[in-house]
Design a protein. Structure first.
Length: 332
C-alpha cells in the first residue's frame, strides 16, 4: 500500500472528460475513527460504526465545485470550496485524474461533533472522496484516495497525518508503517472487541492539542512506547485481548493531553473498575474510549461516565460500537 500523490496516474477506465451528465448524484456515509489508540501516536487508528458524516454529491452542468449546504455544524464550517476540506480534497483528486472539467455540487451533513477527537474532518473528507470516485466509475484501489484525504487533514489541523483518514477510508484497524513513502497496513482484530466512547462537551482544538506535545523525549520513554506499540499489534494478530489491554499505555502524549480533559484519570479508574480492557484518549480528545469484551460492559461504562460528567455540570455524548470493517458506504 505505498502511494504518494505524484504516484497517482489517471486510470484508463475512468469516464471520458465529456462524461458526467447533470443530475447524477450519490449519497455516502463515512465513519468516525479513534486515532492513536493510546500508544500509537499518528500511526494507529480504527473505525467505528457510529457516529459518522454524510455527503450528497451531484453532477452539475458547469465546471467547478460548489457547496450548497452544510448541516449539523452550527455554522462553523466554510461554504467556500477553497476553504472546505471536502471540496479541496475532491479538487486535488479531480486534477490528478484529468477531470477538472466536471461540475459538482456538495451537501455536507455533519452527523458527529466537530472537535470531538473522533476524526470529524476525516469522515467528511473520506465521504466526499469516496463519492466522487464512485460517481466517476473509478474502481481502482481505494488506497489511491489516501494522499488526497491527508491533504484535507493538513488543512484541518496543520498536519497531514493518516491515523484518522486511513481507517475511515479502509475500515477496520490500520497501521501507518511509514509516511515517506506512504505505507499502510490493515491489521486483524478480535471480533468480540467492543468500543465505548464518551465525548465530553469541552473544547480541545486539534491544532492546540498537537502543539503542547513534547518535541524531545527520553530514550527510556521511547523504549517503553515501542514495546507497547509492538505488544498492541501482536495482541491484535494473536487475538489476545489481555495483551491488547496491557499494551495500551502511553508515556509520551497522554500525560500532557489528559490535562485538557476534565477528570480523565478518574474516568479511567471508573472504566477499569467496570470491566474495561483498556482506556484512553481518542485522537487529540476530548473524547475518551474504552475497549471491552462485550456490548453490555461498554454500555455500562458509557452510562457511568456520562453520569459522572453530568455531576461536573459537563454535557456529553456517547457511542457504543464494534470495530467497523466496512469503511465508507453508499446510502443512495
Amino acid at each position: 500500500m505505498e502511494n504518494t500523490i505524484d504516484d497517482l496516474k489517471k486510470p484508463a477506465h475512468l469516464a471520458p472528460p465529456s462524461g458526467g451528465r447533470g443530475g447524477e448524484s450519490i449519497h455516502v456515509f463515512a465513519p468516525a475513527t479513534v486515532a492513536n489508540v493510546v500508544c500509537g501516536f499518528d500511526v494507529l487508528g480504527f473505525a467505528v460504526d457510529e457516529p459518522g458524516d454524510e455527503v450528497i454529491m451531484r453532477v452539475t452542468g458547469k465546471p467547478g465545485i460548489t457547496i450548497s449546504k452544510i448541516t449539523g455544524d452550527d455554522g462553523r464550517l466554510p461554504l467556500d470550496p477553497a476553504k472546505n476540506t471536502v471540496s479541496v480534497s475532491v479538487q486535488h483528486y479531480l486534477q490528478s485524474v484529468g477531470r477538472s472539467d466536471i461540475g459538482l455540487d456538495i451537501e455536507l451533513h455533519k452527523k458527529m461533533p466537530i472537535g470531538s477527537g473522533l476524526g470529524s474532518s476525516s469522515a467528511s473528507t473520506v465521504a466526499g472522496l469516496f463519492a466522487i470516485k464512485t460517481l466517476l466509475g473509478d474502481d481502482s484501489d481505494p488506497i489511491k484516495l489516501l494522499p488526497f484525504a491527508m491533504k484535507g487533514e493538513e488543512m484541518a489541523c496543520g498536519h497531514g497525518h493518516a491515523d484518522n483518514v486511513a481507517p475511515a477510508l479502509f475500515g477496520g484497524f490500520v497501521l501507518i508503517r511509514s509516511y515517506e513513502p506512504l505505507d499502510v497496513v490493515r491489521l486483524p482484530h478480535p471480533k468480540n472487541l467492543w468500543c465505548a466512547i464518551v465525548f465530553p462537551d469541552v473544547d480541545v482544538p486539534t491544532r492546540e492539542a498537537r502543539q503542547i506535545i513534547r518535541k524531545n523525549i527520553q530514550m527510556k520513554d521511547a523504549v517503553t512506547q515501542w514495546g507497547n506499540i509492538a505488544g498492541l499489534v501482536s495482541g491484535l494478530f494473536m487475538q489476545d485481548i489481555d495483551l491488547i489491554g496491557r499494551s495500551m499505555k502511553d508515556v509520551l502524549v497522554e500525560p500532557v493531553r489528559s490535562m485538557l480533559i476534565p477528570d480523565f484519570y478518574k474516568m479511567r479508574e471508573m472504566a477499569m473498575e467496570l470491566g474495561a480492557v483498556s482506556f484512553g484518549i481518542s485522537g487529540s480528545g476530548p473524547s475518551v474510549f474504552a475497549f471491552t469484551r462485550d456490548e453490555a460492559t461498554a454500555r455500562s461504562i458509557t452510562q457511568k461516565l456520562q453520569q459522572h460528567l453530568t455531576g461536573l455540570k459537563i454535557g456529553s455524548n456517547s457511542y457504543v460500537s464494534t470495530i467497523n470493517d466496512a469503511g465508507p458506504k453508499v446510502l443512495g
